[in-house]
Design a protein around this ligand. Structure first.
Ligand code: PLP
Length: 368
Protein backbone atom coordinates (compact mmCIF):
# COMPACT_ATOMS: atom_id res chain seq x y z
CA UNK A 1 0.00 0.00 0.00
CA UNK A 2 1.29 3.48 -0.79
CA UNK A 3 0.40 5.30 2.43
CA UNK A 4 -1.20 8.72 2.35
CA UNK A 5 1.37 9.90 4.90
CA UNK A 6 4.27 8.17 6.66
CA UNK A 7 5.42 10.20 9.64
CA UNK A 8 7.85 7.54 10.76
CA UNK A 9 9.66 7.71 7.44
CA UNK A 10 9.56 11.50 7.33
CA UNK A 11 10.99 11.91 10.84
CA UNK A 12 13.53 9.11 10.40
CA UNK A 13 15.23 11.26 7.75
CA UNK A 14 16.26 13.53 10.66
CA UNK A 15 16.44 10.90 13.42
CA UNK A 16 19.96 11.70 14.54
CA UNK A 17 19.39 15.45 14.76
CA UNK A 18 16.07 14.96 16.54
CA UNK A 19 17.56 12.56 19.07
CA UNK A 20 20.47 14.90 19.76
CA UNK A 21 18.09 17.81 20.29
CA UNK A 22 15.96 15.68 22.58
CA UNK A 23 18.99 14.64 24.65
CA UNK A 24 20.03 18.27 24.91
CA UNK A 25 16.65 19.13 26.46
CA UNK A 26 16.67 16.14 28.80
CA UNK A 27 20.14 17.05 30.02
CA UNK A 28 19.25 20.73 30.44
CA UNK A 29 16.81 20.01 33.27
CA UNK A 30 14.53 22.82 31.97
CA UNK A 31 11.33 21.72 30.23
CA UNK A 32 8.89 24.64 29.93
CA UNK A 33 9.48 28.26 28.78
CA UNK A 34 13.23 28.10 28.38
CA UNK A 35 15.94 28.64 25.80
CA UNK A 36 14.62 26.10 23.29
CA UNK A 37 11.34 28.03 23.03
CA UNK A 38 13.16 31.36 22.70
CA UNK A 39 15.39 29.90 20.05
CA UNK A 40 12.56 28.39 18.03
CA UNK A 41 10.60 31.64 18.24
CA UNK A 42 13.65 33.52 16.95
CA UNK A 43 14.13 30.96 14.18
CA UNK A 44 10.50 31.21 13.14
CA UNK A 45 10.57 35.02 13.16
CA UNK A 46 13.57 34.79 10.91
CA UNK A 47 11.79 32.33 8.63
CA UNK A 48 8.43 34.09 8.32
CA UNK A 49 9.67 37.67 8.33
CA UNK A 50 7.26 38.76 11.07
CA UNK A 51 8.54 40.79 14.01
CA UNK A 52 7.30 38.51 16.82
CA UNK A 53 6.56 34.82 17.32
CA UNK A 54 4.89 33.16 20.30
CA UNK A 55 4.93 29.40 20.71
CA UNK A 56 1.66 27.97 22.04
CA UNK A 57 0.26 24.50 22.71
CA UNK A 58 -1.41 23.87 19.32
CA UNK A 59 -2.89 25.51 16.23
CA UNK A 60 -6.38 25.91 17.65
CA UNK A 61 -4.95 27.80 20.64
CA UNK A 62 -2.92 30.01 18.29
CA UNK A 63 -6.18 31.08 16.60
CA UNK A 64 -8.11 31.31 19.88
CA UNK A 65 -5.50 33.39 21.66
CA UNK A 66 -5.24 36.00 18.91
CA UNK A 67 -8.99 36.61 19.01
CA UNK A 68 -9.00 36.51 22.80
CA UNK A 69 -6.13 39.01 22.94
CA UNK A 70 -7.98 41.34 20.56
CA UNK A 71 -10.91 41.20 22.97
CA UNK A 72 -8.66 41.98 25.94
CA UNK A 73 -7.14 44.87 23.98
CA UNK A 74 -10.61 46.27 23.21
CA UNK A 75 -10.35 45.64 19.47
CA UNK A 76 -13.09 43.00 19.41
CA UNK A 77 -16.25 42.58 21.46
CA UNK A 78 -18.57 39.63 22.02
CA UNK A 79 -21.10 39.48 19.17
CA UNK A 80 -18.75 40.94 16.54
CA UNK A 81 -18.82 39.18 13.20
CA UNK A 82 -15.76 37.38 11.85
CA UNK A 83 -15.69 36.27 8.22
CA UNK A 84 -14.37 32.72 7.69
CA UNK A 85 -14.53 30.28 4.75
CA UNK A 86 -17.44 27.82 4.73
CA UNK A 87 -15.15 24.92 3.69
CA UNK A 88 -12.42 25.26 6.33
CA UNK A 89 -11.35 22.75 8.93
CA UNK A 90 -13.58 23.13 11.99
CA UNK A 91 -10.80 24.63 14.18
CA UNK A 92 -10.91 27.99 12.37
CA UNK A 93 -14.59 28.30 13.29
CA UNK A 94 -14.25 26.95 16.83
CA UNK A 95 -11.73 29.71 17.58
CA UNK A 96 -14.38 32.30 16.69
CA UNK A 97 -17.37 30.82 18.48
CA UNK A 98 -15.34 29.95 21.60
CA UNK A 99 -14.64 33.69 21.95
CA UNK A 100 -18.37 34.56 21.74
CA UNK A 101 -17.78 36.11 18.34
CA UNK A 102 -20.06 35.33 15.40
CA UNK A 103 -18.64 33.24 12.53
CA UNK A 104 -19.96 34.44 9.16
CA UNK A 105 -19.39 31.65 6.66
CA UNK A 106 -18.37 32.76 3.18
CA UNK A 107 -18.19 30.45 0.18
CA UNK A 108 -14.75 29.82 -1.36
CA UNK A 109 -13.66 30.02 -4.97
CA UNK A 110 -14.35 26.56 -6.32
CA UNK A 111 -11.05 26.42 -8.26
CA UNK A 112 -8.60 27.55 -5.55
CA UNK A 113 -10.74 26.42 -2.55
CA UNK A 114 -9.89 29.80 -0.94
CA UNK A 115 -11.73 33.04 -0.14
CA UNK A 116 -11.51 35.92 -2.59
CA UNK A 117 -11.67 39.63 -1.79
CA UNK A 118 -14.92 39.87 -3.81
CA UNK A 119 -16.70 37.17 -1.84
CA UNK A 120 -15.53 38.70 1.45
CA UNK A 121 -16.67 42.15 0.41
CA UNK A 122 -20.24 40.94 -0.18
CA UNK A 123 -20.39 39.50 3.33
CA UNK A 124 -19.30 42.64 5.19
CA UNK A 125 -21.98 44.15 7.45
CA UNK A 126 -21.82 46.98 10.03
CA UNK A 127 -21.02 44.30 12.64
CA UNK A 128 -18.04 42.82 10.78
CA UNK A 129 -14.80 43.39 12.69
CA UNK A 130 -12.41 40.74 11.41
CA UNK A 131 -11.55 38.37 8.58
CA UNK A 132 -10.08 34.92 9.15
CA UNK A 133 -8.74 33.75 5.77
CA UNK A 134 -7.53 30.14 5.67
CA UNK A 135 -4.73 29.21 3.27
CA UNK A 136 -6.41 25.89 2.64
CA UNK A 137 -4.45 22.85 1.50
CA UNK A 138 -1.27 24.99 1.44
CA UNK A 139 -2.14 27.73 -1.06
CA UNK A 140 -2.00 31.33 0.14
CA UNK A 141 -5.18 33.39 -0.38
CA UNK A 142 -5.04 36.58 -2.49
CA UNK A 143 -3.73 38.46 0.55
CA UNK A 144 -2.82 41.62 -1.39
CA UNK A 145 -6.49 42.13 -2.31
CA UNK A 146 -7.78 40.93 1.06
CA UNK A 147 -5.51 43.38 2.95
CA UNK A 148 -6.52 46.25 0.69
CA UNK A 149 -10.17 45.49 1.44
CA UNK A 150 -9.48 45.06 5.17
CA UNK A 151 -7.64 48.38 5.35
CA UNK A 152 -10.48 50.16 3.54
CA UNK A 153 -13.11 48.64 5.83
CA UNK A 154 -10.96 48.88 8.97
CA UNK A 155 -11.07 45.13 9.68
CA UNK A 156 -8.62 42.95 11.58
CA UNK A 157 -7.10 40.03 9.67
CA UNK A 158 -6.03 36.76 11.29
CA UNK A 159 -4.49 34.31 8.82
CA UNK A 160 -4.99 30.59 9.50
CA UNK A 161 -1.61 29.25 8.34
CA UNK A 162 -1.99 25.74 9.77
CA UNK A 163 -1.56 24.23 6.29
CA UNK A 164 0.63 26.83 4.59
CA UNK A 165 4.07 27.07 6.26
CA UNK A 166 6.31 28.93 3.84
CA UNK A 167 3.74 29.75 1.13
CA UNK A 168 4.40 33.20 -0.33
CA UNK A 169 2.62 35.78 -2.43
CA UNK A 170 4.85 38.39 -4.12
CA UNK A 171 7.69 37.12 -1.93
CA UNK A 172 5.80 37.78 1.32
CA UNK A 173 5.03 34.83 3.58
CA UNK A 174 1.70 33.50 4.74
CA UNK A 175 1.22 34.83 8.27
CA UNK A 176 3.05 38.09 7.63
CA UNK A 177 0.27 39.71 5.55
CA UNK A 178 -2.41 39.99 8.18
CA UNK A 179 -2.37 41.56 11.65
CA UNK A 180 -1.55 38.11 12.96
CA UNK A 181 -0.91 34.60 11.64
CA UNK A 182 -1.71 31.35 13.46
CA UNK A 183 0.29 28.19 12.78
CA UNK A 184 -0.22 24.56 13.75
CA UNK A 185 2.72 22.18 14.07
CA UNK A 186 0.54 19.08 14.48
CA UNK A 187 2.76 16.14 13.43
CA UNK A 188 1.13 15.73 10.00
CA UNK A 189 1.47 19.39 8.99
CA UNK A 190 4.27 20.45 6.60
CA UNK A 191 6.23 21.68 9.63
CA UNK A 192 5.30 19.05 12.18
CA UNK A 193 6.39 18.60 15.78
CA UNK A 194 6.48 15.18 17.45
CA UNK A 195 3.39 16.08 19.43
CA UNK A 196 1.04 19.06 19.63
CA UNK A 197 2.43 22.54 19.01
CA UNK A 198 1.46 25.88 17.48
CA UNK A 199 2.56 29.50 17.14
CA UNK A 200 1.31 33.02 16.55
CA UNK A 201 3.27 35.51 14.45
CA UNK A 202 2.62 39.25 14.39
CA UNK A 203 4.28 42.66 13.98
CA UNK A 204 2.06 44.17 16.68
CA UNK A 205 3.86 44.70 20.01
CA UNK A 206 0.59 45.03 21.99
CA UNK A 207 -0.79 41.80 20.59
CA UNK A 208 2.50 40.07 21.29
CA UNK A 209 2.49 41.27 24.86
CA UNK A 210 -1.13 40.27 25.49
CA UNK A 211 -0.67 36.75 24.11
CA UNK A 212 2.59 36.22 25.97
CA UNK A 213 0.59 36.75 29.16
CA UNK A 214 -2.59 34.94 28.05
CA UNK A 215 -0.71 31.73 27.15
CA UNK A 216 0.76 31.65 30.67
CA UNK A 217 -2.24 32.09 33.05
CA UNK A 218 -2.54 35.76 32.11
CA UNK A 219 0.78 36.51 33.70
CA UNK A 220 3.95 38.30 32.56
CA UNK A 221 5.40 38.18 35.99
CA UNK A 222 5.14 35.15 38.26
CA UNK A 223 2.09 35.29 40.58
CA UNK A 224 0.86 38.57 39.03
CA UNK A 225 -2.15 37.94 36.79
CA UNK A 226 -3.41 40.68 34.51
CA UNK A 227 -5.79 38.45 32.49
CA UNK A 228 -7.87 35.35 33.22
CA UNK A 229 -5.47 33.46 30.98
CA UNK A 230 -4.95 29.84 30.01
CA UNK A 231 -2.11 27.36 30.03
CA UNK A 232 -1.05 27.08 26.39
CA UNK A 233 2.70 26.77 26.21
CA UNK A 234 4.99 25.20 23.66
CA UNK A 235 7.27 22.91 25.67
CA UNK A 236 11.03 22.71 25.31
CA UNK A 237 11.12 19.26 23.70
CA UNK A 238 8.68 20.26 20.95
CA UNK A 239 10.44 23.60 20.43
CA UNK A 240 13.73 21.73 19.98
CA UNK A 241 12.12 19.26 17.55
CA UNK A 242 10.68 22.19 15.57
CA UNK A 243 14.02 24.01 15.31
CA UNK A 244 15.44 20.85 13.70
CA UNK A 245 12.46 20.36 11.40
CA UNK A 246 12.37 24.05 10.37
CA UNK A 247 15.85 23.66 8.86
CA UNK A 248 14.42 21.01 6.54
CA UNK A 249 11.11 22.69 5.74
CA UNK A 250 12.17 24.32 2.47
CA UNK A 251 13.54 21.01 1.26
CA UNK A 252 10.27 19.24 2.15
CA UNK A 253 8.36 21.98 0.32
CA UNK A 254 10.54 21.60 -2.79
CA UNK A 255 9.87 17.86 -2.82
CA UNK A 256 6.13 18.49 -2.50
CA UNK A 257 6.25 21.06 -5.33
CA UNK A 258 8.09 18.64 -7.57
CA UNK A 259 5.50 15.92 -6.92
CA UNK A 260 2.61 18.36 -7.40
CA UNK A 261 4.05 19.62 -10.68
CA UNK A 262 4.44 16.03 -11.87
CA UNK A 263 0.82 15.29 -10.93
CA UNK A 264 -0.36 18.48 -12.65
CA UNK A 265 1.54 17.62 -15.81
CA UNK A 266 0.83 13.91 -16.01
CA UNK A 267 -2.53 13.18 -14.42
CA UNK A 268 -4.99 13.08 -17.25
CA UNK A 269 -8.40 11.56 -16.71
CA UNK A 270 -11.75 13.02 -17.80
CA UNK A 271 -13.23 12.23 -14.37
CA UNK A 272 -10.66 14.32 -12.51
CA UNK A 273 -10.31 18.08 -12.14
CA UNK A 274 -6.84 19.15 -11.03
CA UNK A 275 -6.28 21.99 -8.55
CA UNK A 276 -5.62 25.55 -9.76
CA UNK A 277 -2.46 27.32 -8.63
CA UNK A 278 -1.69 31.06 -8.59
CA UNK A 279 2.03 30.43 -9.07
CA UNK A 280 4.72 27.99 -7.97
CA UNK A 281 5.62 29.81 -4.73
CA UNK A 282 2.05 30.43 -3.60
CA UNK A 283 1.44 26.76 -2.80
CA UNK A 284 3.28 24.46 -0.39
CA UNK A 285 1.05 21.45 -1.10
CA UNK A 286 0.09 20.39 2.38
CA UNK A 287 -2.53 18.43 0.45
CA UNK A 288 -2.95 17.64 -3.24
CA UNK A 289 -6.71 17.81 -3.64
CA UNK A 290 -8.52 16.90 -6.86
CA UNK A 291 -12.23 17.01 -7.61
CA UNK A 292 -14.31 14.21 -9.08
CA UNK A 293 -18.02 13.47 -9.50
CA UNK A 294 -17.30 9.79 -8.86
CA UNK A 295 -15.37 10.02 -5.62
CA UNK A 296 -16.60 6.84 -4.00
CA UNK A 297 -15.71 4.79 -7.07
CA UNK A 298 -12.32 6.47 -7.50
CA UNK A 299 -11.41 6.04 -3.84
CA UNK A 300 -12.25 2.34 -3.75
CA UNK A 301 -10.49 1.77 -7.09
CA UNK A 302 -7.31 3.43 -5.73
CA UNK A 303 -7.62 1.47 -2.51
CA UNK A 304 -7.92 -1.83 -4.42
CA UNK A 305 -4.82 -0.81 -6.35
CA UNK A 306 -2.78 -0.10 -3.23
CA UNK A 307 -3.07 3.69 -3.01
CA UNK A 308 -4.40 5.29 0.17
CA UNK A 309 -6.39 8.52 -0.18
CA UNK A 310 -8.21 10.72 2.33
CA UNK A 311 -11.09 13.21 2.20
CA UNK A 312 -10.49 16.79 3.43
CA UNK A 313 -13.19 17.14 4.58
CA UNK A 314 -16.21 14.83 4.41
CA UNK A 315 -18.73 17.05 6.28
CA UNK A 316 -18.96 20.85 5.92
CA UNK A 317 -18.86 22.82 9.19
CA UNK A 318 -22.47 24.02 8.79
CA UNK A 319 -23.68 20.39 8.66
CA UNK A 320 -21.91 19.42 11.88
CA UNK A 321 -23.93 18.56 14.96
CA UNK A 322 -21.74 20.99 16.91
CA UNK A 323 -23.32 23.83 14.89
CA UNK A 324 -26.90 22.54 14.87
CA UNK A 325 -28.28 26.08 14.32
CA UNK A 326 -26.66 26.12 10.89
CA UNK A 327 -27.72 22.67 9.74
CA UNK A 328 -30.59 23.96 7.59
CA UNK A 329 -28.54 26.72 5.96
CA UNK A 330 -27.37 26.33 2.39
CA UNK A 331 -23.76 26.77 1.25
CA UNK A 332 -23.94 25.04 -2.13
CA UNK A 333 -20.30 25.52 -3.20
CA UNK A 334 -19.01 24.15 0.05
CA UNK A 335 -21.52 21.29 0.00
CA UNK A 336 -20.47 20.29 -3.52
CA UNK A 337 -16.77 20.51 -2.66
CA UNK A 338 -17.28 18.30 0.36
CA UNK A 339 -18.78 15.68 -1.94
CA UNK A 340 -16.19 15.95 -4.71
CA UNK A 341 -12.76 16.47 -3.12
CA UNK A 342 -10.24 13.68 -2.62
CA UNK A 343 -6.63 14.04 -1.47
CA UNK A 344 -3.82 12.07 -3.13
CA UNK A 345 -0.63 11.08 -1.28
CA UNK A 346 2.06 13.79 -1.35
CA UNK A 347 5.26 14.32 0.63
CA UNK A 348 8.87 13.21 1.02
CA UNK A 349 7.79 9.70 2.04
CA UNK A 350 6.90 8.88 -1.59
CA UNK A 351 9.43 7.26 -3.94
CA UNK A 352 9.60 8.04 -7.66
CA UNK A 353 8.08 4.60 -8.26
CA UNK A 354 5.18 5.49 -5.94
CA UNK A 355 4.55 8.71 -7.85
CA UNK A 356 4.59 6.91 -11.23
CA UNK A 357 2.24 4.26 -9.89
CA UNK A 358 -0.19 6.86 -8.54
CA UNK A 359 -0.26 8.70 -11.89
CA UNK A 360 -0.60 5.57 -14.02
CA UNK A 361 -3.27 4.07 -11.81
CA UNK A 362 -5.34 7.27 -11.86
CA UNK A 363 -4.97 7.65 -15.61
CA UNK A 364 -6.23 4.08 -16.08
CA UNK A 365 -9.40 4.71 -14.00
CA UNK A 366 -12.51 4.06 -16.08
CA UNK A 367 -16.09 4.90 -15.19
CA UNK A 368 -19.24 5.14 -17.22
C1 PLP B 1 -4.69 21.60 11.73
C2 PLP B 1 -5.50 22.82 11.56
C3 PLP B 1 -5.85 23.65 12.66
C4 PLP B 1 -5.64 23.25 14.09
O1 PLP B 1 -4.36 22.92 14.45
P1 PLP B 1 -4.13 21.96 15.74
O2 PLP B 1 -2.67 22.11 15.99
O3 PLP B 1 -4.53 20.59 15.35
O4 PLP B 1 -4.95 22.50 16.85
C5 PLP B 1 -6.49 24.84 12.40
N1 PLP B 1 -6.82 25.21 11.15
C6 PLP B 1 -6.54 24.43 10.08
C7 PLP B 1 -6.93 24.91 8.72
C8 PLP B 1 -5.89 23.21 10.25
O5 PLP B 1 -5.62 22.45 9.18
Amino acid sequence: MIPFLDLKKINQQHAEELKNACSRVIDSGWYIMGNELKEFEANFVNYTGSRYCLGVANGLDALLLVLRAWKELGKLNAGDEVIVPSNTYIASILAISENDLVPVLVEPDTNTFNLTADSIKKAITPRTRAILPVHLYGQICPMDEIMALANDANLLVLEDCAQSHGATLSGKQAGSWGHAGAFSFYPGKNLGALGDAGAVVTDDADLYSAISALRNYGSHEKYKNIYQGVNSRLDEIQAAMLSVKLNHLDNETEIRRRIANTYLKKINNPHIILPQVIDDKSHVWHLFVVKTKVRKELQSYLDENGIQTLIHYPIPPHKQKAYADWNELSYPISERLHQEVISLPIGSHLTDADIDKIINTINAFLYN
